[in-house]
Design a protein around this ligand. Sequence first.
Ligand code: CA
Ligand code: CA
Length: 145
Amino acid sequence: MNQKEFLAKLDQPRIVDAIAEAELQTSGEIRVHVQPKAGGDLRTVAERTFERLGMTKTALRTGVLLFIACEEQRFVILGDQHIDESVPAGFWDEIAAKLTVRFKNGEFTDGIVEAIRAAGDHLREFFPRASDDVDELPNDLSIDA
Ligand code: CA
Ligand code: CA
């Protein structure tokens, strides 16, 4: 499936709502990025994207990126420094593994929403939302052609 077909199947407003909902409970800032192919080592490319999207600039270093190479159906979830200190080993891999199953079943939006909720549940526990929280990173999808 090419990216155009993938995006056509995606319910983007539902994903944006899931991010907004998760961020009501936590200072964490979640973003979803989609591009056709990683075009290199998945993690390295995702780390570069994390930087490029300004995700290292949140006040509490609580950015979380779900990076999706949709034509390869490969994903990685990256947390910024303070998040990664808080998550148990294998935490992100487990979420990514569930996402792989969902994608195989063609449940793209459901899988992404589920991953956002799982990340949000963890973030809420470790990084509760402050009363003066601001939306530091946009909730809409980042899409590279
Ligand atoms: Ca926020
Ligand atoms: Ca946000």
